[in-house]
Design a protein around this ligand. Structure first.
Ligand code: REL
Ligand code: ZN
Length: 446
């Protein structure tokens, strides 16, 4: 409780950053109980889509993506290891991530010898359950939120008919991209397969039932690059909520809301306004959005071929304005969107910004975004999420982020101290906890 001296600040912030148990509010991880969906170990680390993209940047012309993807995963990993770690220095953030992960797992000798076989042998000896726990504790992650897609049968089978059990390290999030982007084709195929009526009420009930099964933290989706939301038009047209008492049966399409979401089919245009929003409101579930991905810029590369677009922050403003009773969590992919997004979060109590996503999850950009957010939002945001797809990535993503965020925070505290403001270790701890999970939990509870 004693005030910190100026010269102590950097060290205390570093210590607190090291010890804080973080909440990782968006990942693509699965628990060991989800079998093949759980990615972990060296071959999954090396075939991360960031590294596949980097590999193809310089791969010889003779290696066609289709033939690369047809190879067994270990062969793909061999090729990436040779190209990015042996024939070049592993300077990119994604490459460095592999090194940090192995180093923190204690594989220093293998790393020094660049001994991929030795690394593989070590992983082969790990038991998935024990290893999973080891990674969470090494990474200092209290719990992570998964991404759970009911529309995908390979995932759905882990929830129904019987829900697989998993530890408190995992929480769920119900991913609803087809509803956000108005993809009626996918939605209606799922409704048919599960014996729900082909109506908006059928879609609402489908969503309610999945929420009942998954008990998610929030509903979530990434917007497509051409996403546009124009809000509610004129005549104050309020949307029919799901409490309108209609059960099944055909509803009028294209009327009522005055929503001018640009979309293909009348039902598609209404999936956001008449299905997603009302169910979110009814179940008090926030909607988490990720804006700015441009899918399949190079389709031959699969997930590695997804790019970036500067999303219109105005879409999020219109959503927050039209639905003040719904809570939105949001993160933007483009660096240019970050400033406008921070100002928006400063205006809307129903909006919470989180993390430096994907192409922004690089130390130089984390540094810049975190400083700007602290300057505009104080501690009212969540500084990072990992977006990890491979369990072991928790280790490097959190270790790299802790360091950068800590350096930025320490700099801000020094400028406070220079005004004569006295700061204690406990206060540093409180702020650090808020930035790496507490602010999210506060937002979820409010
Ligand atoms: O959840 C998303 O939409 C994105 O985070 C992913 O599509 C993306 O591939 C991600 O894993 C990158 O880090
Ligand atoms: Zn993601």
């Amino acid at each position: 409780t004693r005030p910190l001296r100026l010269g102590e600040i950097a060290r205390v912030v570093r210590d607190e950053m090291e010890r804080v148990q973080v909440v990782d509010l968006h990942t693509h991880l699965f628990p060991p109980s989800h079998g093949e969906l759980m990615l972990w170990g060296i071959d999954d680390l090396l075939t991360y889509h960031y590294l596949i993209a980097e590999y193809f940047q310089t791969a010889p012309r003779a290696v066609a993506p289709a033939s690369f993807f047809a190879l067994p995963k270990a062969f793909q990993a061999d090729m990436i290891w040779a190209a990015l770690f042996v024939q070049r220095s592993p300077l990119s953030e994604a490459c460095k991530g592999v090194l940090t992960t192995l180093e923190k797992l204690g594989l220093r000798q293998e790393l020094r010898a660049r001994d991929l076989s030795g690394i593989r042998r070590w992983f082969a000896e790990q038991d998935p359950d024990a290893y999973c726990e080891k990674v969470f504790s090494l990474a200092g992650v209290k719990y992570c939120v998964m991404t759970n897609i009911p529309f995908d049968p390979t995932e759905a089978k882990h929830w129904r008919p019987a829900k697989k059990s998993y530890t408190r390290r995992f929480r769920s999030a119900l991913r609803v991209d087809p509803l956000l982007k108005g993809d009626w084709e996918t939605v209606s195929a799922c409704l048919t397969a599960a014996n729900y009526p082909q109506t908006l009420e059928g879609a609402r009930q489908y969503l309610r039932d999945w929420a009942e099964t998954m008990q998610p933290e929030y509903l979530m989706a990434s917007t497509p690059h051409d996403f546009q939301y124009a809000g509610k038009k004129g005549n104050g047209g309020s949307c029919q909520s799901s409490k309108d008492g209609k059960k099944g049966g055909q509803e009028d399409m294209g009327q009522g809301c005055g929503v001018t979401m640009i979309d293909k089919s009348p039902k598609g245009a209404e999936l956001l306004e008449k299905v997603l929003i009302p169910v979110a409101e009814e179940l008090s579930l926030p909607i988490a959005m990720k804006l700015g991905a441009h899918r399949a810029v190079n389709p031959s590369l699969g997930t590695a071929g997804d790019g970036l677009v500067a999303a219109d922050v105005g879409d999020l403003r219109r959503l927050c304005t039209a639905h003040p009773q719904v809570k939105f969590l949001a993160t933007f992919l483009a660096r240019v969107s970050q400033h406008e997004a921070a100002v928006l979060a400063n205006k809307f109590p129903n909006l919470h910004l989180y993390g430096c996503w994907w192409y922004c999850n690089n130390p130089s950009i984390i540094r810049e975004i975190t400083a700007m957010r602290l300057e505009i939002l104080g501690t009212g945001f969540t500084a990072q999420h990992s977006d990890a797809r491979v369990l072991d990535q928790l280790i490097y993503k959190w270790s790299h982020s802790r360091r950068v965020i800590g350096e930025v925070l320490a700099g801000e505290y020094v400028s406070l101290a220079q005004t004569g403001w006295k700061l204690t270790r406990e206060e540093v701890r409180r702020d650090v906890e808020r930035l790496l999970g507490g602010a999210y939990e506060e937002f979820m509870q409010k």
